[in-house]
Design a protein around this ligand. Structure first.
Ligand SMILES: [Zn+2]
Length: 381
């Protein structure tokens, strides 16, 4: 069973629209250049030596570039540029360490949309100051060019700020992420109840208590509106103002859908944490499910929900268990442990030939998950 650690907490604030935000856009464009430049370099290195050069070779190289050929990058704070290289470094590390992780890819300008600031920023109430650099002619050197960006501080952050991030979403809105080391908990009173939860395509979540929770399927609800917007995009001249407006409208609807889904997930997770001391789920094979079911899996977003549930359990001091992927949960009878090998995917209800008890497929699985999480493995015949 995986144990998750939560050592950081991120607070998200919307940066107010202002002409100065164009600078952030320019910064992302340049950062995507940096990313692509160093990725090409790494690819060449990989072709020749069969390994990656890594940040400790690339960072000194960046220093040279900034002095000689790529002076136009020097206006961005150095640690923000370094963060791009570090991200590449981590991406290559993951590529070499995990079998199903792909190589880092080249990014188009509009695809690069986040920057990390570790120093050289100043956070105040409702506004943040970033220090860019600008060429100063009289002194013939780079001078600091400090810019303020105001954001909507709808809540205060807790803990020490570790670093901040600026993000641009697909709609073109800029966001400020404040990452702190806050690990405080809001402990909820114990209830003495435990629950096993089984994910499914037909019913979103089946609890071992017999409850069945349906997903609102927000994407499905908006399919008609999405289709209309896609049509309106395709009718416009690509690259024109109206085309861009339609594209942004479409992006806004997608953002709305994911916000709805996230909100629902958080509420569901909070509800579970209030009612149960221990929550057990199965480890999902998301890649396999996506191949099998396509859009619906994306709409249900099991992976995201599990992440949220794990965090909520940590926050409210609940125990969260994930049963190993190959633990048998569907076939054993939850009353006597008989292994029903004849069970097919279409059987929703079945009767145990050993003890004669009637089972709902999902509830039976949920009970088995809870049992597997609580201690001895489900009895196997
Ligand atoms: Zn039985």
């Amino acid at each position: 069973m995986k144990k998750r650690k939560f050592t950081r907490r991120t607070y998200k604030y919307q940066i107010r629209e202002h002409p100065t935000n164009k600078r952030l856009g320019n910064m992302f464009d340049d950062l995507s250049d940096v990313h692509n430049h160093f990725l090409k370099l790494e690819n060449r290195y990989y072709r020749i030596y069969g390994k990656y050069a890594g940040r400790y070779r690339l960072q000194p190289h960046l220093t040279k570039l900034l002095e000689r050929t790529h002076k136009h990058w020097a206006w961005i704070p150095r640690d923000t540029l370094d963060a791009v290289i570090i991200r590449l470094h981590i991406a290559w590390e993951r590529f070499f360490d995990f079998p199903n992780v792909g190589r880092p890819k080249l990014k188009r300008k509009e695809r690069y949309r986040s920057a990390k600031f570790q120093s050289g920023y100043l956070l105040e109430e409702d506004r943040v100051r970033l220090s860019f650099k600008a060429w100063d002619d009289p002194s013939e050197s780079l001078k600091f060019n400090k810019r303020w960006f105001s954001f909507h501080q709808h809540r205060d952050w807790k803990g020490q700020v570790c670093y901040i991030q600026i993000l641009r979403d697909t709609v073109g809105t800029y966001w400020l992420y404040v990452v702190t080391d806050d690990t405080s908990k809001e402990v909820l009173p114990a209830t003495g109840e435990s629950v096993g939860a089984d994910f499914g395509m037909d019913t979103y979540l089946t609890l071992s208590t017999g409850e069945k929770i349906q997903s609102p399927e927000f994407l499905k609800q908006s399919l008609k509106a999405l289709r209309t917007l896609y049509k309106s995009v395709s009718r416009k001249v690509k690259g024109s103002h109206n085309w861009w407006r339609a594209v942004r409208q479409l992006a806004r609807l997608y953002r709305h859908i994911s916000n709805q889904r996230r909100d629902w997930h958080f509420k569901l997770a909070t509800d579970h944490c209030r009612r149960f001391d221990l929550i057990a789920t199965e480890t999902l094979n998301l890649e396999g499910m996506k191949r099998l079911w396509g859009r619906k899996v994306s709409d249900l977003a099991f992976g995201e929900f599990v992440e949220i549930l794990a965090y909520k359990c940590f926050k409210h001091n609940r125990e969260f268990h994930q049963v190993e992927q190959w633990t048998p949960t569907t076939k054993p009878c939850s009353d006597c442990g008989f292994h029903n090998e004849n069970l097919s995917l279409s059987d929703r209800q079945w009767t145990c030939p050993e003890c004669g008890s009637d089972h709902d497929r999902d509830i039976n699985a949920a009970i088995n998950i809870l049992r597997a999480a609580c201690g001895p493995v489900v009895e196997q015949m």
